[in-house]
Design a protein around this ligand. Structure first.
Ligand SMILES: [Zn+2]
Length: 210
């Protein structure tokens, strides 16, 4: 297992080092690659339900390690109630397939926490691209939610969470994942090798039950 980047939208070289996040319609697995598949809140249309069947089918693919990204976003026009219905479909799918959930959240951390309590999910939730404050990071990790940090984040939040709940990602950034590791290692005052080993251990547990 050499995954070190849990969430990217760029197909990079070193195919086995990242989880490529895409919509079901864009899924075309390459040998040795890893994927997460879901209907992004930004891509929700009025006939979203029509895409559920395809999502369900693709989500079962062995190279699909996680469901998402999915989630809630208060900065877009799509009604929050519709976003929540679509998100709940993904939550249930993750439970049925025993796969972790990769979550997009913009100004909706409280809603995510409420849903986590309501669904009592047995499979891990990962909030990706976390940029919130320390207090929020603590509330989320207290609910056993993993936080994935990318190019931009609040240092106090990064430094406050347990290392066994930490993941790293490039998302839409053009930065290399190693640049993110370097910045985070410095901020957490841990040697980069140790940080990589810790995050890989988290990834092995999360996606490979190891
Ligand atoms: Zn993303």
């Amino acid at each position: 297992m050499d995954i070190i980047d849990v969430h990217t939208h760029h197909l990079r070289t070193n195919i086995s080092q990242f989880i490529y996040s895409c919509m079901p319609t864009d899924f075309s697995p390459q040998k040795g690659g890893y994927y997460s598949v879901g209907i992004h809140p930004w891509k929700i249309t009025s006939d979203v339900i029509a895409g559920y069947e395809q999502l369900e089918k693709i989500a079962r693919h062995p190279q699909v390690l996680a469901i998402g990204e999915t989630g809630l976003d208060k900065m877009i026009r799509t009604e929050l109630s519709l976003q929540q219905k679509v998100f709940e479909f993904h939550i249930n799918l993750a439970e049925i397939l025993h796969k972790p959930l990769i979550i997009h959240s913009v100004k909706t951390s409280n809603e995510i926490i409420q849903l986590k309590k309501k669904f009592q999910s047995r499979y891990p939730w990962i909030l990706h691209g976390f940029r919130g404050k320390k207090e929020l990071a603590e509330q989320l990790t207290a609910q056993n939610i993993y936080l994935s940090f990318g190019e931009k984040y609040q240092e106090a939040a990064l430094n406050s969470i347990p290392l066994n709940r930490l993941l790293l990602e490039t998302d839409e950034s053009d930065k290399e994942i190693f640049q993110i590791y370097e910045a985070v290692a410095q901020s957490r005052s841990v040697p980069i090798k140790e940080l990589i080993a810790q995050v890989q251990q988290n990834i092995a547990q999360l996606f490979f039950n190891q």
